[in-house]
Design a protein around this ligand. Sequence first.
Ligand code: KG4
Ligand code: ZN
Length: 334
Amino acid sequence: MKDTYILGIESSCDETSVSIVKNGREEIATVISSQIDIHKDFGGVVPEIASRHHVKNVTMVLEECMEKANMTMDQIDAIAITYGPGLIGSLLIGLETAKTLAFVFNKPLIPVHHIAGHIYANSLVKEMQFPLLAVVVSGGHTEIIEMKDHYKFKKLGGTLDDAIGECYDKVARVIGLEYPGGPKIDKLAKEGKPTYKLPVPLKDDSYNFSFSGLKSAVINLAHNEEQRGNPIREADLATSFQTVAIEAITTKVRKAIEDKGIKNVILAGGVAANQGLREAMTNLTTEMGVDFTVPPMKYCTDNATMIAAAGYYAYLDGRRADMNLNSQSQTELK
Ligand code: KG4
Ligand code: ZN
């Protein structure tokens, strides 16, 4: 069978990225331009600034990727683009770039949902086995999705309020750590003990999550300790928080594996980089005799490799967009 080369573009938040992937499983070349250092001073991503940097960077990132791959556009079979969800201004820059390439070089345009991208980061690691359970944990999402085949997504549950990554970043801010605080909490959590008592969120029978109560509990605890003149033991707070946050995830994953006869669990999204969560999921799946896949760190945070990989399976599924495709800041995975 002829090889298929998909060029993917990702610009939904603060990373401008272009990648070429062969047959959905083999990375040929990827370039990522991150704006973390620019947004750090503001304690989070400033949408308007992010859009401007995407405009400034996207052509360079594209050219660099083509050069790295040593390929020309006529060797590319289709253009995959993140159409949503994300920051609307940021998304539009990638979308217009993708549309221009598709139009000028007469290539099919493949719409890719950002979460499908995070999920398919795993196909770069290992062939997916179905029925599969995708545990999506990122700055904007906390969802568990059942897949009976490629590109057949069924959301079992999700967060009722904050996403887990958002919660990590807020807790980090309470401790005085710089944005993005998630990785810093993860590191700190290795040094502490779970001595602070925090509530385990949403212990119910659903597949849903809730993180706003946990976030408030950490804020209140820090505030009360400050009022009493007790210095916060930062590492202990990080460990206490991480223990409860991970337990909230693994409890629901265990239930889904039992209920749905899952063969393969995959972890996806920025928080999949979390060492504590990776360990807890490895232990859980080993205990339950289920295959577990997690992308290497570089595929966990936003990148276009995952978009090109997902784009390949979307392409096989017959998904195409035309020049009317628009970016969507909020959109369900389907
Ligand atoms: O997937 P991503 O790059 O962007 C979204 O689509 O949201 O995820 C970013 C999120 C941030 O909240 C960041 O703090 C979190 O992932 N994150 C982590 C770790 N690495 C990144 N959270 C906890 N532990 C980590 N090691
Ligand atoms: Zn993401």
